[in-house]
Design a protein around this ligand. Structure first.
Ligand code: CP
Ligand code: NVA
Length: 300
C-alpha cells in the first residue's frame, strides 16, 4: 500500500490491518501510551474545500504521532492560481513526507500520486471519501463486534460517501443495500464493482433497502460544490430520510451513522440523530484513530 486514493485500491487484508492498528492506537492514546511512529516526518494538508473533522483530526493525529502537520489552503498555494498539480506534486515531494488532499476531481488526487514520490492520502473528493469509511468500518466493528455478515443500508445521494461505503462494506463481507432516486445513483465504476456481489441491492425504496439492516447511514442531499442545486435536490430527495418509520424497517438494535455535518429534518430527523448520537460522535472520534493508522502504514 503506497497511497490511500480510494477504497477500490485496498484489499480486504489491508483494510483489516488498518482497522486493527487504529484500534491499537486508540487504546494507546486512551491509556497514555506514547506512539511517536512519525517522529521527524511532515504532512502537508491541501484543502480546496471546507473541513472541520478532517483538518482537525489529521493535524492532531500527526502531532500525536510525533510529526508535524502543515495546513495548506488552496487560496494561498500557487495551485489556486493555476500551477499544475503535476508540478506541485514534484515540488512538495522534495519537502514533505506525505500529502493529504481534499479537492473536487479524483483525477487531481491520482495525478498527485503519479507525479509525486511520497504517499498521498485522499481527504475527500467528489468521487469518494476513504478516510471517513475506514472510520465508519472501525465504528461498526467496535459497536457490533464484527463486520462480516452484517447488512449496511445507505439512504440518499449516490455520492462520495455512498461510493466508498459500497466498496468498503462489500470488501469486508457485509451485505449492502442503497436507496437513492433514479437520477442520483452512484457512478458506473462503483455499480460495476458492486455487481460482482450477490449481497448488493440498489432500489429507489428506502423502506425496502432498510429492511433488516444492522447499520443505517445517510449523508447530506447537497454536497460541497453542489450548493446551487440545493433546492432541486431537496425536492428529489424528499422521502429519503432516516426517521422513526424507516428505523422500524431495520433490525431493532440497528445503529445509525452520519459522516457529518448533518442537516436535521432533511436526511435525518433530530430525534433519530440524537437517539444515535453515541454512535455518530464515536464515528467522528474514530476519524482520528483510523487516519493515524493510515499515516503510520504509509509514512512510518
Ligand atoms: N466528515 C467529514 O469529512 O467532515 P469535515 O468536512 O468536517 O472534514
Ligand atoms: N458528501 C459530503 C460529505 C462531507 C463530509 C460532501 O462531499 O460535502
Amino acid at each position: 500500500m503506497k497511497h490511500l486514493l480510494k477504497m477500490l485500491d485496498l484489499t480486504t487484508e489491508e483494510i483489516t490491518e488498518i482497522l486493527d492498528l487504529a484500534d491499537q492506537l486508540k487504546y494507546e492514546l486512551n491509556h497514555g501510551i506514547p506512539h511517536p511512529h512519525l517522529k521527524g516526518k511532515t504532512l502537508g494538508m491541501i484543502f480546496q474545500k471546507a473541513s472541520t473533522r478532517t483538518r482537525v483530526s489529521f493535524e492532531t493525529g500527526m502531532y500525536q504521532l510525533g510529526g508535524y502537520p502543515l495546513f495548506l489552503s488552496s487560496n494561498d498555494l500557487q495551485i489556486g492560481r493555476g500551477e499544475p498539480v503535476q508540478d506541485t506534486a514534484r515540488v512538495l515531494s522534495r519537502y514533505l513526507s506525505g500529502i493529504m488532499i481534499r479537492t473536487f476531481e479524483q483525477s487531481e488526487v491520482e495525478a498527485l500520486a503519479e507525479y509525486g514520490s511520497i504517499p498521498i492520502i485522499n481527504g475527500l473528493t467528489d468521487f469518494c471519501h476513504p478516510c471517513q469509511v475506514l472510520a465508519d468500518l472501525m465504528t461498526i466493528r467496535e459497536f457490533k463486534g464484527k463486520l462480516e455478515g452484517l447488512k449496511m443500508c445507505f439512504i440518499g445521494d449516490g455520492n462520495n460517501m455512498a461510493n466508498s461505503l459500497i466498496v468498503g462494506c462489500l470488501k469486508m463481507g457485509m451485505a449492502v443495500s442503497i436507496a437513492c432516486p433514479d437520477d442520483y445513483q452512484p457512478p458506473k465504476e462503483i455499480l460495476d464493482f458492486a455487481a460482482q456481489y450477490d449481497c448488493f441491492e440498489m432500489t429507489n425504496s428506502p423502506a425496502q433497502a432498510a429492511k433488516d439492516a444492522d447499520v443505517l447511514i445517510t449523508d447530506v442531499w447537497a454536497s460541497m460544490g453542489q450548493e446551487e442545486e440545493a433546492a432541486k435536490r431537496r425536492e428529489a430527495f424528499a422521502g429519503y430520510q432516516i426517521n422513526d418509520d424507516l428505523m422500524a424497517c431495520a433490525k431493532a438494535d440497528a445503529m445509525v451513522l452520519h459522516c457529518l455535518p448533518a442537516h436535521r429534518e432533511e436526511e435525518i430527523t433530530e430525534k433519530v440523530f440524537e437517539a444515535h448520537a453515541k454512535e455518530i460522535f464515536e464515528e467522528a472520534e474514530n476519524r482520528l484513530h483510523a487516519q493515524k493508522a493510515v499515516m503510520v502504514k504509509l509514512m512510518a
